[in-house]
Design a protein around this ligand. Sequence first.
Ligand SMILES: [Zn+2]
Length: 269
Amino acid sequence: MPELPEMENYKRLLARTFVGKTITGTQVSREKSINIPPSQFTAAITGNRIQSIERRAKHLLFHIDHQKVMLLHLMLGGLIYYGTEEDKPNRTVQVQIDFGPHRLFFIGLRLGYLHLLSAADVQDKLIQLGPEPLGPYFTEQDFINAITAKKSRLKTTLVEQSFLSGIGNYYSDEICWHAGILPMRNCNDLSVEEKSKLYRSIRTVLSEALESGGYMEMPLYKGDTLTGGYDPIRKVYDRGGEPCFRCGRPIIKDEHSSRKLFYCTGCQT
Ligand SMILES: [Zn+2]
């Protein structure tokens, strides 16, 4: 499932292209991906301009005219592609938004959705989300205070969206490896020094992943060489049995409470 770096990468690339552009039409082949009947959806957004694109946690918010927002969550397996009908990937498209000859294709939206809401409803919907880990208001002291109150496993805590926004299975393992801490440790067993390390690792890993284009498997548009650039340089996720880049021991693939875990017993304690 795309996490903060993937969605922020999409946001940055899309904002360059779409802000100010007018929606000329839509096609919906999976009604469940949207929240109102397709004809109403098309009528409500056609002729509107994209005013801005924002990311909050793993969501993208397409702000359009009349204080309306298209709220996107890709969930598991969802992705976006931008191009013309000719360079569209050979995948089933659930929702398509047209900007003249160019189109934004939403693919693999089985659990994911694109909902048209008022700006106020979006605020209500996202109110439970925790702080943005790359945001200016996420301080080390706030993080230490928040994690000190937790009794659950570190991995479970890092992926909890009301604790921190935008981290999932992939980056929680990368962060724990970077900090040299085992993901199945309990938060209340961590020392203050380990909590500080974790704070720095959260910021470092997410920033590096974002600058490298995140891990999405498909470019956003033809000629896009940035998107997906982090995947080949990831450190532990989905590297079970392969040697650790820091100490050489094989990476362990494990499972806890039906979540996959990847870590190194040589250099994570
Ligand atoms: Zn190691």
